[in-house]
Design a protein around this ligand. Structure first.
Ligand SMILES: [Fe+2]
Length: 331
């Protein structure tokens, strides 16, 4: 039995010490059930920090504890006939590269990021090359050997998760490949994954369309907790999750691009919390975003928490018809 959103009894080596902001009960209930009962869950000796779920014959979800007190995060690994595609790299806790190599049986692996959020990219340096959209590349280039320092207090103790510096990568520079909207990754023998620019949560936020598995990976734009996609219709001033297109107006244009491909996929996999939703949830997403743009003052609730910089973060919330998650925004 898992212990109240802490995983002290779980079979893999994750030891959360405290939360900055706990996920909602509904989002957590699904994660708890998966961790306790999913028969595909495996832990590999080369990286005991990741819980490996097998969602399809050739699709692995690598479930990782969030190292700085927020929601746990997925990396997704698609095994194509000739090569793999790893979507996001987590915090880099544990040897992600060795795990990917073992799962792919030594096939080469392309690495790509949904966006530059630290929970999605600090493991990049375990690889030689990473793909992203231009809006994220400059932010990735600011990473250096100190990117994990904030996880530890002045006595060298990890603050949110029971890890040591040895569990983290030794930072090294890696090649950042800036992709164009619609870039196609060729995994061999006609297996293609399309990378789509869907800004909002971040300036260069990417979605990935696995045409063979008919799955759309939606990153952090949509989650079963809160999808936070910035301001309503103006640039977001935040340093990492900010930029000209970090708003619901730009996100709506990204959603339109996704809806043009509606007959190309069946299921939705977000990068946090519950996965494998029916694509019909997108109809509620479009409706909710249109309502936010039309009348942002007509929100369904408000939400705030003290962030890790000790500042109060506050959002308006919009319900999404037919879906468990909500949209969070600032006016
Ligand atoms: Fe995230």
């Amino acid at each position: 039995m898992l212990n109240q959103k802490y995983y002290a009894d779980s079979i893999f080596k994750i030891r959360r010490k405290k939360w900055v902001d706990e996920p909602g009960e509904a989002a957590w209930a699904w994660e708890k059930d998966m961790l306790e009962h999913d028969k595909t869950l495996r832990v590999y000796a080369c990286n005991p920090f990741a819980g490996v779920f097998r969602f399809r014959e050739n699709l692995y979800g690598l479930y990782c504890e969030n190292a700085d007190g927020l929601g746990n995060v997925w990396m997704f690994l698609i095994e194509g006939p000739k090569r793999g595609l790893l979507i996001d790299t987590g915090y880099g806790v544990g040897d992600t590269k060795a795990l990917v190599d073992e799962l792919l049986g030594g096939k080469p692996c392309i690495v790509a990021n949904t966006h530059c959020g630290i929970d999605h990219t600090l493991g990049n340096c375990r690889f030689d090359e990473v793909h992203c959209f231009p809006g994220e590349a400059a932010k990735l280039r600011t990473h250096n050997e100190h990117i994990w320092d904030y996880l530890f207090d002045e006595d060298g103790e990890a603050i949110w998760m029971d890890i040591t510096r040895e569990d983290l990568p030794r930072w090294k520079p890696y090649r950042i490949v800036e992709c164009e909207d619609g870039h196609v990754f060729d995994l061999g023998e006609g297996y293609e994954v399309e990378m789509l620019w869907v800004p909002g949560h971040a300036e260069g936020h990417a979605n990935f369309l696995d045409r063979q598995n008919r799955i759309l990976f939606t990153g952090d734009n949509i989650t079963s907790n809160y999808g936070a996609n910035g301001m309503v219709d103006r640039p977001n001033p935040k340093p990492v999750y900010g930029g000209k297109h970090c708003n619901y107006k730009s996100y709506r244009e990204g959603l339109a691009k996704i809806m043009e491909r509606y007959d190309k996929f069946d299921r939705i996999f977000p990068q946090h919390h519950q996965v494998d939703f029916d694509k019909s949830i997108l109809k509620g997403c479009v409706k909710a975003v249109d309502e936010i743009l039309e009348n942002p003052e007509n929100y369904d609730g408000e939400y705030s928490f003290i962030n890790k910089e000790n500042h109060l973060e506050s959002y308006k919330l919009k319900n999404i018809e037919g879906f468990i998650g909500k949209y969070a925004y600032n006016i």
